[in-house]
Design a binder for this molecule. Sequence first.
Ligand code: SRM
Ligand code: SF4
Length: 522
Amino acid sequence: MTDAATTTTKISLNKFEKLKSEKDGLAVKAEIEKFASLGWEAMDETDRDYRLKWVGVFFRPVTPGKFMMRLRLPNGILTSAQMRVLGEVIQRYGDDGSADITTRQNMQLRGIRIEDLPEIFHRFQAVGLTSVQSGMDNVRNITGDAVAGLDAEELFDTREIVQQIQDMITNSGQGNSEFSNLPRKFNIAITGGRDNSVHAEINDLAFVPAFNHNEDGEKILGFNILVGGFFSAKRCDAAIPLNAWVPPEDVVAACRAILEVYRDNGLRANRQKSRLMWLIDEWGVDKFRQAVAQKLVKSLLPAVADDEINWEKRDHIGVYKQKQPGLNYVGLHIPVGRFYAEDMFEIARIAEVYGSSEIRLTVEQNVIIPNISDSRLASFYTEAILQKFGINPSLLTRSLVSCTGAQFCNFAMIETKQRAIAMMAALESELELTRPVRIHWTGCPNSCGQPQVADIGLMGTKARKNGKPVEGVDIYMGGTVGKHASLGTCVTKGVPCEDLQPVLRDLLIQHFGAKPKVLVNS
Ligand code: SRM
Ligand code: SF4
């Protein structure tokens, strides 16, 4: 048990601290066979509903007995063989089986039966996949640039460092009890490109590229550190500067130091006040920085005044030249990130036939196939899967992001994904747009769909119409991304979903240059 877990016994324990102090979440790793033979109904409820999340298995009260599995895909990269295994896992569940690309460049699988877990974990292990520590009070999937190593203009290729951070935190995917009892969830992002592709500002810990000078006056690239960004139902905050700069070789150590300080000092009494920013509030950023610096062997350098984030954010949908001559990466639009087994097999196949078997995911819930040679592009364009997952989607659909919503999530106050797709189609049928508008849907104030980063964010809520409760949304606007990223705020509360289309229509006309389509009678 960690020091932190021991100290929690001295303060009044909330339900989650109590269950963690009774048994570390990672302990369930050794009990998977037992759970599989017991079945979900006979299992200990705390193991089933909470501790299984330490191995990435989520009980879904909306679909009891059909679990969700959340992977870890560092930097959002997987191989075609891994994608095929994920497809095969959900294929056996027929209509219950589906998968989603998440807003953290990751994948979640649906329909999972507890009796299949031993075999699923065995298959994951065989292809180097892990789902460990992907839920509850652990570090979530670590995001990096979706085009790392492909982008001619990138400053730093984030792939290896993201993998190293994940390996440090998870003991190379086997599970690491050093970091399995944080006060709360923890998000890490690292960007080496110029467009802040990872939404650095909404992570508990983010590294953004910045040049410093060494003793000889030579320019060296490293990272300014941002801390404390988060969304919760109670409070949302953009990350603030730690006033620290680290060279690439010290990033992993800096992550470890920050996690240790948070683990051992983060607030654990009130779960609504446990994210890193609450500790920084209580201590002040200087004291927090000092505590981090004390953990490091090298001294922590002050931040550099200007970071290198100076581009607008790209969505990577379409065909783009890579830095490797003659090669291209192609971004496919996956509507609201939803996949089925057959889609996954097709994505795996085209990655093998045209690319290098590599598949990448974006935080906008889309797919990138890298390493397609110029000579193979014409043939690639003829693939039938491009009819479903386009490379030139219409302008509203293109930037659509949605959280899971009521179909599978018991926190949800509204259905999101299918409603979002239908709403974009309806708006596109009545409006001419000249630019993409980033519309994000999220089913409740937990903000998994990041409505605060969107041009228009829609957050599920209970509304009233004619005196009756109905599904509704709070509308957020003003979120900006890329260079001057800033969080949007709520501009209208409680719009009934059934009345939303004309409201969005007006917003698109007033703020985003949309024009009503001129309907010609035939
Ligand atoms: Fe989230 C809880 C889904 C990204 C803030 N999130 C949940 C749960 C686990 C709740 C539950 O048990 O049902 C959702 C699972 C539903 C399901 O069946 O899919 C859930 N969150 C998601 C995903 C799948 C949304 C999506 O459709 O993409 C994303 C998974 C990311 C991943 O791969 O790990 C997801 N969640 C986020 C983000 C966005 C981000 O990380 O950029 C946020 C806001 C940023 C943040 O965390 O600061 C987010 N999720 C939350 C919160 C509020 C946290 C808080 O401090 O209060 C909860 C509730 C909680 O933790 O108590 C939550
Ligand atoms: Fe569920 Fe709410 Fe997160 Fe959507 S925002 S996935 S409804 S917890």
